[in-house]
Design a protein around this ligand. Structure first.
Ligand SMILES: CC(C)(COP(=O)(O)OP(=O)(O)OC[C@H]1O[C@@H](n2cnc3c(N)ncnc32)[C@H](O)[C@@H]1OP(=O)(O)O)[C@@H](O)C(=O)NCCC(=O)NCCS
Length: 137
């Protein structure tokens, strides 16, 4: 049965999914530090087997980043990604009550924008929202 858990910091599960979606898992030492510094996460299980994951990083009040939304390929297309995003957005809504100016960002892989648009995300093409940039060296 599909079940969802919050704030599980399991390095092996995270790396298993990272490999499964083709991103190439980090060294376990790096994953451990990344998970230790994660603000909020959801892990989805089929019984006890990890099948999906997503997390929020950030300062917990002004800026949050949604990262690493991943569903095991054989489970994709069954609304598990939707389940993860809904749970994550419940958490961001709680923070928004504390700080209405909260900004929630994410970086979508190419051609994944449609998935995120369903949850209200837009492309940043407006100077007021800040254009997206990333350090490239
Ligand atoms: C993207 C991902 C998280 C979606 O999870 P999922 O469980 O397969 O998605 P869902 O079943 O909840 O689909 C929800 C909706 O998004 C759409 N969608 C799903 N994957 C999509 C994709 N790759 N591109 C565009 N739309 C997508 C579905 O068609 C569905 O639309 P509908 O509501 O009109 O039926 C999953 O496919 C995945 O892990 N992919 C590999 C890793 C990845 O790219 N993660 C995102 C990083 S930016």
């Amino acid at each position: 049965m599909i079940n969802i858990k919050e704030n599980i910091k399991n390095v092996k599960e995270f790396n298993l999914l990272y490999d499964a979606v083709g991103w190439g898992a980090y060294d376990e030492r790096i994953t451990k530090k990344a998970l230790d510094n994660t603000f909020y996460s959801v892990s989805v299980y089929d019984d006890k087997k990890i099948v999906g994951y997503g997390r929020i990083i950030g300062d917990a009040i002004c800026f949050l980043y949604i990262q690493d939304i991943m569903v095991k390929p054989e489970y994709q297309g069954n609304k598990i990604g939707t389940m993860i995003m809904k749970k994550i957005l419940e958490r961001t809504s709680e923070i928004k009550k504390e700080n209405p100016d909260l900004r929630v960002y994410l970086g979508a892989s190419k051609d994944r924008e449609k998935f995120y648009e369903k949850f209200g995300f837009i492309k940043r093409t407006d100077a007021n929202l800040g254009y997206g940039m990333i350090l490239n060296k």
